[in-house]
Ligand binder design. Sequence first.
Ligand code: FES
Length: 164
Amino acid sequence: MAEQTTEEFKQFNVDLWKFDGHEGALIPLLQSAQDTYGYVPEKAIHYISHVTGIPAAEIYGVVTFYAQFRTKPLGKNIIRVCNGTACHVNGVKMLYNTINEELGLNYDETTDDGQFSLLSVACIGCCSLAPVITINGEVFGRLDAAKLRKILRDAQRRAKASEQ
Ligand code: FES
């Protein structure tokens, strides 16, 4: 794992030092930083600024402008609510409300203990199972509030157990 992290970090460095200043080159560079850290931390912004000469405030402006970039780390477990049409009309609001009640999470937030992040996803092709969520890529469908509560509580139990 440590080796993999070193490899990923190496890739960010390679991308960083390849930066040639042309317009648009900053986006893939920020993507590389996000791939490395899981988000774009302040230290990466200052590092990029130092190497490229682009003011940190300008880079920060780009990071916050594009929804694809995160400025905070994601949780260990990623919950994605499907926002596709079938899921939308079959109760996406109920999904968000239930997740909020159980985990205190709104869209694009992470729990204080760093265990869960809530994101969305476009249609994942299981429309007959709508409404659908995924947790770490595993699909849960035909959800109602009670079923979702049970799934979330099981996920919390597993998360707690993995901490011990
Ligand atoms: S709309 Fe949600 S799986 Fe297709």
